[in-house]
Structure formats: structure tokens, C-alpha cells
Design a protein around this ligand. Structure first.
Ligand code: ZN
Length: 236
């Protein structure tokens, strides 16, 4: 298994690791700062550099049963090789901003309007969230964005902690986003926007809300009964 360094420090940009397995299109490492795509959030890109100085581009990071697969642009690394990993930090930090912004928006829509999120897709270019509106209310959506930006302006801290899985499962409010990461671990990771909302979540977040910038609603469309798809972008 791969130790998930990003779960303890989302701001880790470089790390040293060892190749523990190779596949036809990539490698698994004993530890990594690369976030694997999951929960509707794109995985990280960046580079792995061997001790001989050869650099491999990480095209995609994927979660697997055996560990985290770093898909590389060419072969050459072998089991036991020491590497230095480096994230495409600008891209990852943008994804962190979108991920935390999604927690803010979905938290507001649930708390203030009782509207659940049923899915999300986050890229460095835009966020997409599906809301289960019973009867769609454009005004509620626009007000939800206003309230989200007002919350961001409060600059609340975002804290990470780990709790025994049994304890977390007794708190259903931790899983209200319905799009939780797979949680078959003995410990669950909690992402706490302090004094606002706590969610069980394996992903990468900014340390305080002001890093998000401003949420801007760009489009909303109907996607079947009681499903409204909402697109937004972040401005600095
Ligand atoms: Zn999340």
C-alpha cells in the first residue's frame, strides 16, 4: 500500500519515495504526495525524477487496490528505485480551491435550503455540482452563491483530523454529501471548515477559506427530474 502524504499535508509539493511496483503504464510508490482522482476530483500531475536524473512525467494519478498508480509518459523505472516526486503545484492548488469551494457551496445549500448534492466534477478550469432540487429555485441558487462568498470572506480555518471509522459511522451528518470517497479504512479522515461543516473526506483542501477566492455561478441546467446541474468558476 501507498502512504498518502497528501492526506496529512496538502501543501507538500515535493517528496522522496521508493518504487514498490511497476506496471505496463506506471509505478506505485511506498508514499506519495500525488492525489489520485476520486470523489469527482481530478488526480494530480507532475514529475518523478530518478537518482540518475531522468525525469518522468506523471500524466495521471489513479487509486487502486494495490496502491496509488502514477501513470508515466515513458518506462524505465524499476522496483526499488529511489525517486523524487514533484507536483504540478499550480494545477493542484487550483483543484484544492475548487474542492473546498464545493464544500462551502454544498454546505450552504444543505443547511439553508435542505438541498442535497448528488454528484460533482472538479477540474482546474471549473466546478460542476449536481443538486437534488425538488422544485428548482433560481433565486435560492443565486442566494446560495452570495452566502457562500460571505462565508469565504469570514476566512474560517480548515482543519484535518482522523477518527476511528466506527465513531464516524455513528455520525451520519459526516456523509451528507452522498459523494463520499470510499471509506473502507479503520480510520476516517475528517475535513472541518471550523464552525461551519465537517465531512468525511480523503481529498486535498486549502488551509483557510480566503484562499478560495470568489465563487461565480456561470450556468445551471436541468438534468432530469429533481436534478439541477450547476457550473461555477473561481476568481482570485
Ligand atoms: Zn470533498
Amino acid at each position: 500500500m501507498t502512504e498518502r502524504l497528501y492526506q496529512h499535508d496538502a501543501y507538500l509539493k515535493e517528496f522522496n519515495a521508493q518504487v514498490i511496483e511497476t506496471t505496463s503504464d506506471g509505478v506505485m510508490l511506498d508514499c506519495t504526495a500525488f492525489f489520485p482522482s476520486g470523489g469527482g476530483v481530478q488526480g494530480d500531475e507532475g514529475t518523478l525524477t530518478s537518482q540518475s536524473g531522468e525525469t518522468y512525467r506523471v500524466m495521471e494519478t489513479l487509486d487502486g487496490e494495490q496502491g496509488i498508480l502514477h501513470r508515466l509518459d515513458h518506462q524505465g523505472l524499476r522496483q526499488g528505485d529511489a525517486i523524487k516526486g514533484a507536483l504540478d503545484w499550480q494545477r493542484r492548488f487550483t483543484l484544492m480551491r475548487y474542492h473546498t469551494a464545493t464544500h462551502v457551496l454544498t454546505g450552504i445549500m444543505f443547511k439553508d435550503y435542505g438541498v442535497r448534492v448528488t454528484g460533482n466534477q472538479l477540474t482546474p478550469e471549473k466546478g460542476r455540482v449536481d443538486f437534488a432540487f425538488e422544485t428548482f429555485d433560481r433565486e435560492a441558487l443565486e442566494e446560495g452563491f452570495r452566502r457562500s462568498n460571505a462565508l469565504v470572506a469570514q476566512d474560517l480555518p480548515v482543519e484535518i483530523s482522523f477518527v476511528p471509522a466506527e465513531e464516524a459511522k455513528a455520525r451520519p451528518e459526516l456523509f451528507k454529501l452522498e459523494t463520499a470517497f470510499h471509506h473502507d479504512y479503520s480510520e476516517l479522515r475528517l475535513v472541518d471548515i471550523v464552525n461551519f461543516d465537517v465531512q468525511a473526506d480523503g481529498g486535498c483542501h486549502v488551509a483557510k477559506l480566503s484562499e478560495i477566492g470568489k465563487l461565480v455561478l456561470t450556468k445551471s441546467e436541468n438534468k432530469g427530474k429533481a436534478n439541477r446541474r450547476v457550473y461555477f468558476v473561481l476568481e482570485q
